[in-house]
Design a binder for this molecule. Structure first.
Ligand code: NAD
Ligand code: MG
Length: 393
């Protein structure tokens, strides 16, 4: 029986993780749950999974949460706010913490979990992209496992089982191509939020769905792959694979290429991040090559999607730059979702914020440097769009 804590329990990753727990009650037990502000769903989850501790990120909703579970026949610890989320992340005998919070908000809770000696099932890629230079040494220091739950990185990790150290030569990340893969580049200027939220293959939270439409998600995943698997950026490639059947590939030293295949279903990488090195039997739909049909591939269009080049450049710069790229992207996506800026303002905002960071760039940032860079980049992304944003601030 593995004890797990789940951060971001009401989101896409969170609810799929709970589906796994629900269907494997003899294998997994929930110690802690943390969510942002969906009290109704969180209260339902507390009733069903009976965690020892529960956090609501939005402090204004604490009383509502307490009232919603007041009739329970046991008393979980109830906490709130950023500090409460950190408390849940580090609490009790949970062996593994699933990070399903979206954005850099996941960084401090993830660090707290690592410092408490817990293994991390990493869905929250922003944590590693912004915090890589401090997170990786902490993982080493505390001897915990950082297990990828992002589907591409899980695929790479699965392919790597049995490959000896030094055997990996190249990583090939597959990309679905996002909502606008078949739209001519000149039409991107006028796309609407609702169009960008229509992902062809995956049902996910809003932020990552917009990242998929700009291809920044793949850019972020290139940086995530660099930190997780240690390859230089010149050895990490992207290929567009519209069917999302091959979840990524590795090339080993003798040019053999290994791939992991399956239906697009996040539960598989989540389960593997929790069960590794074991393989747990599931009754999920079995994969069928004939039913999957044609698998096609093409090069990513870097002119149509400037976020790819921005991410490689920030990754290669390293240090504090990926934190700035990530924060500028988070802020630009939030402005786009609030209909304050246009779709193509997302990459142009990120580019300008990264350019401005060159003066304050730090090659070996501390946690404070990263948190400051994150705050500064968000503010700069707003300032650069001042005319549009003046309406809401
Ligand atoms: P989502 O928006 O569906 O869910 C986010 C969750 O985090 C919600 O439970 C929300 O309440 C909680 N949350 C947000 N801000 C919080 C805060 N400040 N404090 C506490 N809780 C907070 O997002 P998602 O699609 O589940 O994605 C979560 C993470 O997993 C992201 O980093 C994303 O990149 C990554 N990821 C998601 C998928 C997917 O299929 N959804 C795939 C790969 C990676
Ligand atoms: Mg992914």
């Amino acid at each position: 029986m593995k004890a797990i804590t789940l951060l971001g329990s009401t989101g896409s990753i969170g609810t799929q993780t709970l589906d796994i727990v629900e269907n494997n009650p003899d294998k997994f037990r929930i110690v802690g749950l943390a969510a942002g502000s969906n009290v109704e769903m969180l209260a339902r989850q507390v009733r069903q999974f009976r965690p020892e501790i529960v956090a609501i990120g939005n402090e204004a909703k604490l009383a509502e949460l307490k009232a919603a579970i007041a009739d329970l026949d046991y008393r979980p610890i109830i906490v709130a706010g950023a500090q409460g989320t950190i408390e849940v992340a580090s609490y009790g005998d949970a062996q593994s913490v699933v990070t399903g919070i979206v954005g850099c908000a996941g960084l401090l809770p993830t660090i707290a979990a690592i410092e408490a000696g817990k293994d991390i099932a990493l869905a929250n890629k922003e944590t590693l992209i912004a915090g890589g230079p401090v997170v990786l040494p902490l993982v080493e220091k505390h001897g915990v496992k950082l297990l990828p739950a992002d589907s591409e990185h899980s695929a790479i990790f699965q392919c790597l089982q049995g490959v000896p150290a030094g055997g990996l030569r190249r990583i090939i990340l597959t990309a679905s191509g996002g909502a606008f893969r078949d739209l001519p580049a000149e039409k991107l200027a006028s796309v609407k939020v609702a169009d960008a939220l229509k992902h062809p293959n995956w049902s996910m939270g809003q932020k990552i769905t917009i990242d998929s439409a700009t291809l920044m998600n793949k850019g972020l995943e290139v940086i995530e792959a660099h930190y997780l698997f240690g390859l230089g950026y010149e050895h990490i490639d992207i290929v567009v694979h519209p069917q999302s059947i091959i979840h990524s590939l590795i090339e080993v030293q003798d040019t053999s290429v290994l791939a992991q295949l399956g239906w697009p279903d996040m539960r598989l990488p989540l389960l593997y991040a929790l069960s590794w090195p074991d393989r747990i039997y599931t009754n999920w739909e079995k994969f069928d090559l004939v039913k999957a049909g044609d698998l096609t591939f093409r090069s990513p269009d870097r002119e149509k999607y400037p976020c790819i080049g921005l991410a490689y450049a920030a990754g290669e710069a390293g240090g504090s730059m990926p934190a700035v790229l990530n924060a500028a992207n988070e802020q630009a996506v939030a402005l786009f979702l609030a209909e304050q800026i246009q779709f193509l303002d997302i990459p142009s905002t990120i580019e300008r914020v990264c350019d401005k960071h060159r003066d304050d760039f730090t090659a070996t940032p501390s946690l404070d440097d990263i948190l400051n860079a994150d705050r500064w980049a968000r503010q700069m992304a707003i300032e650069l769009n001042q005319q549009a944003v003046a309406k809401i601030f």
